[in-house]
Design a binder for this molecule. Structure first.
Ligand code: PEP
Ligand code: MN
Length: 278
């Protein structure tokens, strides 16, 4: 990051706090009993979108049985086409809350609109800011004000400085409970054999610049489930503090899934990834 960038991101910069002077030192973000940023990789898994109660309960159970740490799932979906499934809204949040009660897994779910921050925060353990909203500054400010942990995904074409400045907006509200998430960026290769290009080098660069933990989402970059396991392992090898992975039912026909069916892995594959990692 440039000198200018360092000043622009003063609160989250590694130089901001002497306790985090060493590039290996990470500020732990606590979500219930889960510590994000320690030596044990944290695994967040679940459906792309909450599509039904039955689908979510089945996947939640599988995610817990695989030994994952948190359940993800979108109730509000930022879709490219306005005619695509936009999520179940508050009904989806209620389903997630039942899944949490049944499994004990904390919930990570996306908020896409400042008007819904209070509602989503009432259900979520971690507020997700999606790629398409990484520079929605009023939204960053609002999630900062909740004080809740925030999972901040990298924008589709965001530079490292732009991404860190987005985190700074959250920190500026007094909220340092920020988890960065690399999910792939758009490059010349994007769409040829991948969906986005997973930027593994950014993990080390993030750790040089900030004490915030970083996780990798191998699903949105791969775009196809068979490519997810290697991308997941590569993320951890490159120093990520955890993973966020999309999951579909073991026997679900992917063509029936309303959102991102091609990239969701089945629970059997999830279990293999976890046993390889741990
Ligand atoms: C998601 O994680 O469900 C999502 C929409 O991802 P992204 O914002 O990275 O596209
Ligand atoms: Mn998705």
């Amino acid at each position: 990051m440039s000198t200018n960038g360092n000043k622009a991101c003063r609160l989250i910069s590694r130089t901001a706090d002497a306790a985090y002077g060493d590039p290996g030192a990470t500020r732990i973000v606590r979500v219930g009993d889960v510590a994000v940023g320690g030596t044990r990789p944290v695994i967040i898994a679940g459906p792309c979108a909450v599509e039904s109660r039955e689908q979510t309960m089945e996947i939640a159970r599988a995610v817990r049985e695989a030994g994952c740490d948190m359940l993800r799932g979108g109730a509000y979906k930022p879709r490219t086409s306005p005619y695509d499934f936009q999520g179940l809204g508050e009904e989806g949040l209620k389903i997630l809350s039942e899944a949490k009660a049944r499994t004990g897994l904390p919930i990570v779910t996306e908020v896409i609109d400042t008007r819904q921050v209070a509602l989503v925060a009432a259900y979520a353990d971690v507020l997700q800011i999606g790629s398409r909203n990484m520079q929605n500054f009023p939204l960053l400010t609002e999630v900062g004000r909740t004080g809740k942990p925030v999972l901040l995904k990298r924008g589709i074409t965001a530079t490292l400085t732009e991404w860190l400045c987005a985190a700074e907006y959250i920190a500026k509200e007094g909220n340092l409970n920020i988890i960065l998430c690399e999910r792939g960026v758009r490059t010349a290769m994007s769409g040829q054999y991948d969906r986005f290009t997973l930027d593994l080098n950014v993990i080390g660069a993030v750790k040089e610049q900030t004490f915030l933990p970083i996780v990798v989402d191998p699903s949105h970059s791969s775009g196809a489930r068979n490519r997810v396991p290697n991308a997941a392992k590569a993320g951890i090898v490159c120093g990520a503090h955890g993973l966020m992975i999309e999951v579909i039912g073991e026997h679900t026909d992917p063509s029936t899934i309303l959102c991102d069916g091609a990239q969701g892995i089945r629970p059997s594959m999830l279990r293999r990834i976890l046993s390889d990692l741990r």
